[in-house]
Design a binder for this molecule. Structure first.
Ligand code: MF3
Ligand code: CO
Ligand code: CO
Length: 263
């Protein structure tokens, strides 16, 4: 299967789905505090997506995933399952939201810091955000896909952090995960190292570790954690390749590219 070039009509639907995914993150933000359980955050998001947005939480039952959102705390890298444990002061948390509206997916995630995080936790969260944007700013028609990973890996390693290799960004549309695979590290072996074209839609979602890049999966079969127990951070946007460059489909209301990365 080749990478799907979206039609104008599909792009309109992807803009709507992307907006709804961001709205869930904005809705949940005031609840993300010490003492709340990730299960409670899942319940609030589920109800908002279903009852207010009249949309579908894509993770629920996706390959048997049991909840409607992913919540990954501290050394959890991604795909954390919401549970009864309470968040506490100093935790860092990724909330990953994917909604389906009118048949199309919007996928975005952010980091949250609970109370007062340590300096190194805050630094990691910031570096991961810069990794996302440094990847976004190379996106334009005519570049090779692996420029994204090359740029992200160079930046992360220049900051003495590492990039998880086992999970990647992905094409997105009528399917949650479509071609191409968007690696966040440099490889010239990826068989789908395509040239980007206007109309492609994919995510960038680098997982950045404070320690080594290696990961393992917990016995719940979903939660990915760092092998060395170091902290991990991730941010995700869904992106449309345009004639001019890139359109971020999941841009936050007061979010803009970190200044130094503006073109
Ligand atoms: N939202 C994740 C991504 O960015 C995928 C989660 S799959 C799930 O690709 F099953 F864990 F929800
Ligand atoms: Co994704
Ligand atoms: Co996601």
């Amino acid at each position: 299967m080749a990478v799907i070039i979206k039609t104008q009509q599909e792009i309109k639907k992807m803009r709507v789905a992307g907006r709804l995914a961001v709205d869930v993150l904005d809705m949940i933000t005031p609840y993300v505090q010490a003492g709340v359980t990730t299960e409670e955050l899942d319940r609030l998001c589920h109800e908002y997506i279903v009852n207010v947005q009249h949309a579908v939480p894509a993770p629920l039952n996706y390959n048997k995933f049991p909840k409607s959102i992913c919540t990954s705390v501290n050394h959890q890298v991604c795909h954390g399952i919401p549970k009864v444990k309470k968040l506490k002061n100093g935790d860092i948390l990724n909330i990953d939201i994917t909604v389906i509206k009118d048949g199309y997916h919007g996928d975005t995630s952010r980091m949250f810091m609970i109370g007062k995080p340590s300096i190194r936790a805050k630094r990691l969260v910031e570096i991961a955000y810069e990794c996302l944007w440094i990847g976004i700013q190379v996106v334009k028609p005519g570049i090779y896909l692996n420029e994204i990973g090359r740029t992200i890996q160079n930046y992360a390693e220049s900051k003495k952090c590492s990039v998880v290799q086992e999970y990647c960004g992905h094409g997105i549309g009528q399917n949650f995960h479509e071609e191409p695979r968007v690696l966040h590290y440099y490889s010239n072996e990826n068989t789908d190292n395509i040239l980007l074209q206007a109309g492609m839609i994919f995510t960038i979602e680098p997982m950045i570790n404070a320690g080594k890049r290696h990961i393992k999966i917990l016995p719940d079969k979903w939660t990915v954690v760092t092998k060395d127990h170091s902290l991990s951070a991730q941010w995700e946007h869904s992106l449309l390749v345009t004639e001019q460059g890139v359109e971020v489909l999941t841009l936050g209301a007061d979010e803009k590219a970190p200044l130094s990365y503006c073109q």
